[in-house]
Design a protein around this ligand. Structure first.
Ligand code: HEM
Length: 323
């Protein structure tokens, strides 16, 4: 009798461990890097494969995917809200000023979602987590640091163009405004400088650096002149300039350039213009290890902004639409 009840409890224990291990139930305690380890160990390798192929096809895509995660997280948390297409009830963030004709990579996210769902046999990986992992894999693919991505975010059922317009920092901001947009997200000045280092990869359009090119005082003359030939006073709004001289390489040249007043955006140069962040810019400019370490830590901090967990939100079947 005693023996049989013992084996009964053993069986019960096994069953409960097994169901919790293989469960895809929302994790109540917050995010964990191991979220998909039991439910779908194929998920992360599938994301990496698609990102690597996309970056190999077009190096810039790595930059675009990294930026998507940033623009997702700064608008009501990292909840995949940026991916929702406009509908009569979705005020799509894609149409907000910082994203319209600018945010890119949505087709790659769709492709990842399809591959991940195929690999897992069902839809259990959130779009918000896909964006977070794709950002990390992109940085790695462009020669930058790696980090363990916290997972278990769920997807929003709403979007906010208004919040995207107010909470994503603008390229004409000075240091105090930049600090306060980051502070609003619970990120400090060190996070601001480290994360701005993302501008070591990717491109910007003439329309966002024109004003700096013609009107800023803290810009190197030869640099301004060469930008002016790419970006006339009117027209050619979409012409692209690298955010640093090696836009496909995750190096420290972005910071090095700020020292000689060759930041492309007004907001880039604001980090080295006689203010409180000058010293950190100098440090990062000649110590890529410290930059990479801080960048990785700050990416995790950014990725932790207000995730939906537990029974909040949903796991979208299609990243562009609410289920
Ligand atoms: C600090 C405030 C920031 C401002 C004002 C800002 C602004 C901008 C602007 C205006 C562009 C060019 C967009 C275009 O011309 O279409 C851009 C590009 C980019 N941003 Fe930022 N950004 C900031 C911080 C960040 C952060 C924190 C990240 C990521 C962690 C990031 C990642 C990127 C990347 C990778 C690109 C290039 C995208 C591409 O080539 O498709 N930025 N940013």
């Amino acid at each position: 009798m005693a023996l049989s009840s013992l084996s009964f409890f053993r069986a019960l224990l096994f069953l409960s461990l097994a169901t919790s291990a293989f469960s895809t139930r929302p994790y109540k305690e917050g995010l964990t890097p191991y979220f998909y380890d039991y439910a779908c160990p194929q998920a992360l390798p599938a994301i990496k494969r698609v990102v690597e192929a996309a970056v190999q096809q077009e190096r810039r895509m790595g930059a675009s995917l990294l930026r998507l995660h940033f623009h997702d997280c700064f608008v009501n948390g990292c909840d995949g809200s940026i991916l929702l297409d406009p509908t009569p009830t979705i005020d799509s963030e894609k149409l907000a000023f910082p994203n319209n004709n600018s945010a890119r990579g949505f087709e790659v996210i769709d492709q990842i979602k399809a591959e991940v769902d195929k690999a897992c046999g069902c839809s259990l990986v959130s779009c918000a987590d896909i964006v977070a992992v794709a950002a990390r894999d992109s940085v790695v693919a462009l020669g930058g640091p790696s980090w363990e991505v916290q997972l278990g975010r769920r997807d929003s059922t709403t979007a906010s163009r208004t919040t995207a317009n107010s909470d994503i920092p603008a390229p004409n901001m000075d240091l105090p405004a930049l600090i306060s947009t980051f502070q609003k997200q619970g990120l400090d000045t060190r996070d601001l400088v480290a994360l701005s280092g993302a501008h070591t990869i990717g491109f910007a359009q003439c329309r966002v650096f024109r004003n700096r090119t013609y009107n800023d005082a803290n810009i190197a003359t030869d640099f301004a002149r060469s930008l002016q030939s790419l970006c006339p006073r009117t027209g050619e709004d979409g012409n692209l300039a690298g955010l640093d001289p090696s836009p496909a390489q995750f190096d420290a040249l972005y910071f090095h350039n700020l020292l000689t007043q060759k930041g492309l955006l007004h907001s880039d140069q604001a980090l080295y213009s006689g203010g409180s962040t000058d010293e950190l810019v100098k440090t990062y400019s000649d110590d890529v290890e410290t930059f990479w370490n801080d960048f990785a830590k700050s990416m995790v901090r950014m990725g932790n902004i207000k995730p939906l967990i537990g029974n909040q939100g949903q796991i979208r079947l299609n990243c562009r639409k609410v289920n």
